[in-house]
Structure formats: structure tokens, C-alpha cells
Design a protein around this ligand. Structure first.
Ligand SMILES: NC(=O)c1ccc[n+]([C@@H]2O[C@H](COP(=O)([O-])OP(=O)(O)OC[C@H]3O[C@@H](n4cnc5c(N)ncnc54)[C@H](O)[C@@H]3O)[C@@H](O)[C@H]2O)c1
Ligand SMILES: O=C(O)[C@H](O)COP(=O)(O)O
Length: 388
């Protein structure tokens, strides 16, 4: 039996991907083969010896110690795009909340519990001027990061009659194809910030994006701009945003990652990390993460890993050897020689690399002996080996 340890509650549709005759899935397993996680913080977790994979049912992997996983031969997966529509829809709500007096207006009407019903309409009509807003149509939205979520948001904004300008220095070819031609491409962040009435952030939390919005970049914003952060807390310097709000540089800040100092302000709309919290997104992410985990655990296939190369091979024989090694010459040829020395024929094989890591799948004609497998596992530069 394989063991899968869950952190966070994972949608049932995902858990159903693990057949009961092969898998034990629970939140309290001491020696898991795989981990399934959402936002739980694994940064300080000591990983058990036989752990082979961590699957993040979602996009951001800043709660997973990816570098340490790589060093320990643990493959980290995420689920690109599986919750993008959910985030896009909440960004749409965020744009409206930042534009109209919805939030303050609701607070006002909620406080009218004691009012005389006969005067209600008079009071509402008298006070509504306090909650006047502006329309999105014709305004410019700056989208920072044009990946799965950013490109969806750009499309949505165009459909709402907004102009859209985008910035993404590392746009993938796939993402570029998804992007509507009406999206203007900013040459740099500063240009985007200076042209946008609304700015929405859709970048990963990585060292390069830490404090991306800070005192200096805020200086490039149009006065009165509105900022939306559905990415991560670390991408925005909260103190600098508070100063910008106080000085009127920013009109409002909508965030899915509220810091304590942001609470209780009328110009901050703070949500409790709700971006991916829809039935559909939770299910999509859980199914995708679980299927990737099963395919890796049972067949060694790698799809949507953030630290290992993509490597998928249809099974051609009953004997499969998978191994990972430092991406240096002669490792694969050494392993092939070990197999040849034992008269073991390779029927199909795939070798892929990503940065410093190479990963190999070898389908062989006959059963490799424990001694041969041991020799492969101990080949110089090999740091992970499984016979499946
Ligand atoms: N609020 C939520 O619940 C929620 C849900 C999903 C994702 N997220 C966050 O949103 C992030 C983006 O998700 P995604 O699915 O669109 O990921 P993605 O990988 O598809 O897109 C991220 C894009 O950001 C770009 N990028 C990286 N550094 C950049 C920089 N310095 N400037 C501009 N662009 C840069 C990348 O090239 C990529 O195109 C995630 O990493 C996660 O932190 C939040
Ligand atoms: O990166 C993500 O996918 C989101 O932040 C969603 O996180 P969650 O799965 O904890 O809702």
C-alpha cells in the first residue's frame, strides 16, 4: 500500500483518485510516499525518508521548500490553471468593490436595523451620495503577470469595456498564445504603473517579486489608482501601501492577503484568501494534483512539476526503472552499460532535463535484479531511483 498524507482539507473528488486497494490516504501518516497540500506551511517540515513527491493542489508553491525537496530527490507538483477562473471571477468582484460604494454602502444599510420603516426610503435617498463610485468601462487595467490568471483577467477586463495593459518579462509561449491581441504590452513595470487606473498583481511569490509594490514603484502609480493583490502578501510592502493610501496616491487596496495593519480601514477591502475557494476550483485542483501524484508514484511520469523536468512515457513493458541525476555527461550511458552487462534490453526510454536535474524513464524487457538496481542507485550523480 502507498501512503498519501494530506495537509489541509482536499476536495473529495481528488481523494477519490486514489484506489483503496493501493492507497491509504489520511492526515496523520508518519511515513508517506506522497503529500497532498494546499496552503499549509511545509517550509520547516522534516520529510520522511521514502517521501517521493509533494503535490500542491493549487498554483503557488511558496509554502513548500522546493529547493530542499530537489536536493532530497522529492518531486514537487502544482496544478497550473486549475483555479484560474475562480481567481479571475474574484478579481472581477474586486474591481467592482474598488469602484463602487458597495462595501461601505452595505455597512451603512446593515446599521439601519432600528430605523423607522416610514423614513427608510428618505434616509437611503439622502445618504446614497456618500457611496458614489465610478465605472470600469473605458478605464485602464494594468495586469502584472500574464500567466494562467493574468491572461484570464485581461480577457475579462476587455469584455467589461476596459483597456488592458500587461507586463510579464518571462511570458511563456503558451501564455502568449492565450493573450488577446488587444492587450497592450508594457515595456517595463514603470510604464504599466504610470498608465493604469487599476493595477492587479498575478505573479508568483519569489525573491524577484518580493516587495514589487513599494515606495519607489508606488511613485510611478497614477494618483488615485486602485491596487488589487490576489497573489501573495509578500509581493506588496504593506507599510508603503498604507502611506500611499493616507496620502491619496492610492484610492483603495483590495487584497486576498490582509496584514493586521490593514484591518478596519474603509479604503481597504480585505478577503480571507478566497481566490481559489470555489467548489469547482477546489475540485479541479484536487483531481489534477492527485492524478499527477498517482501517475508519478505508479509509473514515474512527471507532469507539471516545478522542480523536475516534464517526462512522460506510455508503459511498454512490465519493468520500469526511473532515476534522477545531476545533469552531467555519462550518467545515462553508465546506467545503460550496467543494464547491457546484465543482458537487459531497453525497449523504450526517455531522458529529460531541467536546469541541473536530469530524469530518466527506462522500460526494460526483463526484471532487473536487486544487485543491478542497487548499482544504478549508487551510480555517481544519481540521487533518486525507483523500480516500478
Ligand atoms: N488568491 C488566491 O487564492 C490565489 C489562487 C491562485 C494563485 N494565486 C497566486 O497567483 C500567482 C499566479 O498564479 P498563476 O496561476 O497565474 O501562475 P502562472 O505561473 O500561470 O503565471 C505567473 C506569471 O507571472 C509571471 N512573472 C513572474 N515574475 C514576474 C515579474 N517580476 N513581473 C511580471 N510577471 C512575472 C510569469 O512569467 C508567469 O507568466 C500564484 O503564484 C499564486 O501566488 C493566488
Ligand atoms: O496558490 C494558490 O493556488 C492559491 O493561493 C490557493 O490556495 P488555497 O488552495 O489554499 O486556497
Amino acid at each position: 500500500m502507498y501512503q498519501i498524507r494530506t495537509y489541509n482539507s482536499i476536495a473529495i473528488e481528488g481523494l477519490e483518485q486514489f484506489s483503496r486497494d493501493k492507497y491509504e490516504v489520511a492526515s496523520e501518516l508518519p511515513q508517506p510516499d506522497g503529500i497532498l497540500v494546499r496552503s499549509a506551511n511545509l517550509l520547516d517540515l522534516v520529510f520522511p525518508q521514502q517521501l517521493t513527491a509533494v503535490a500542491r493542489a493549487g498554483a503557488g508553491v511558496n509554502n513548500v521548500p522546493v529547493e530542499r525537496c530537489t536536493q532530497q530527490g522529492i518531486v514537487v507538483f502544482n496544478t497550473p490553471g486549475a483555479n484560474a477562473n475562480a481567481v479571475k471571477e474574484l478579481v472581477m468582484a474586486g474591481l467592482l468593490l474598488a469602484s463602487r460604494g458597495i462595501y461601505t454602502g452595505l455597512q451603512f444599510t446593515a446599521g439601519l436595523t432600528e430605523i423607522d420603516p416610514k423614513s427608510l426610503s428618505t434616509v437611503l435617498e439622502r445618504e446614497k451620495k456618500n457611496f458614489k463610485g465610478q465605472e470600469l468601462m473605458g478605464k485602464t487595467l494594468g495586469v502584472v503577470g500574464l500567466g494562467a490568471i493574468g491572461s484570464n483577467v485581461a480577457n475579462m477586463a476587455l469584455n467589461m469595456g476596459m483597456k488592458v495593459i500587461g507586463f510579464d518579462p518571462a511570458l511563456s509561449v503558451e501564455a502568449a498564445w492565450r493573450l488577446p491581441s488587444q492587450v497592450q504590452k508594457a515595456e517595463n513595470l514603470q510604464q504599466l504603473l504610470g498608465r493604469s487606473d487599476y493595477i492587479t498583481l498575478h505573479v508568483p511569490a519569489i525573491p524577484a517579486t518580493k516587495n514589487l509594490v513599494n515606495q519607489d514603484t508606488l511613485a510611478s502609480f497614477k494618483t488615485g489608482a486602485r491596487l488589487l493583490n490576489f497573489s501573495r502578501e509578500a509581493i506588496v510592502n504593506t507599510d508603503d501601501v498604507l502611506t500611499a493610501l493616507d496620502q491619496g496616491k492610492l484610492t483603495s487596496y483590495v487584497t486576498d492577503f490582509p496584514a493586521p495593519s490593514l484591518m478596519g480601514r474603509q479604503d481597504v477591502i480585505a478577503m480571507p484568501h478566497l481566490g481559489a475557494s470555489t467548489r469547482e476550483a477546489e475540485s479541479n485542483c484536487a483531481i489534477m494534483a492527485a492524478q499527477q501524484l498517482v501517475d508519478f508514484i505508479e509509473h514515474g511520469n512527471i507532469r507539471n512539476s516545478v522542480n523536475f523536468p516534464a517526462c512522460e512515457l506510455e508503459r511498454t513493458t512490465g519493468y520500469r526503472i526511473c532515476f534522477a541525476n545531476q545533469n552531467v555527461p555519462k550518467v545515462l550511458s553508465h546506467v545503460l552499460n550496467l543494464l547491457a552487462d546484465q543482458n537487459i534490453n531497453v525497449v523504450e526510454m526517455l531522458n529529460k532535463s531541467k536546469d541541473d536535474i536530469a530524469y530518466n524513464i527506462l522500460d526494460v524487457e526483463s526484471a532487473p535484479s536487486p544487485v543491478l538496481l542497487d548499482a544504478i542507485a549508487h551510480t555517481e550523480h544519481v540521487f533518486h531511483m525507483r523500480s516500478l
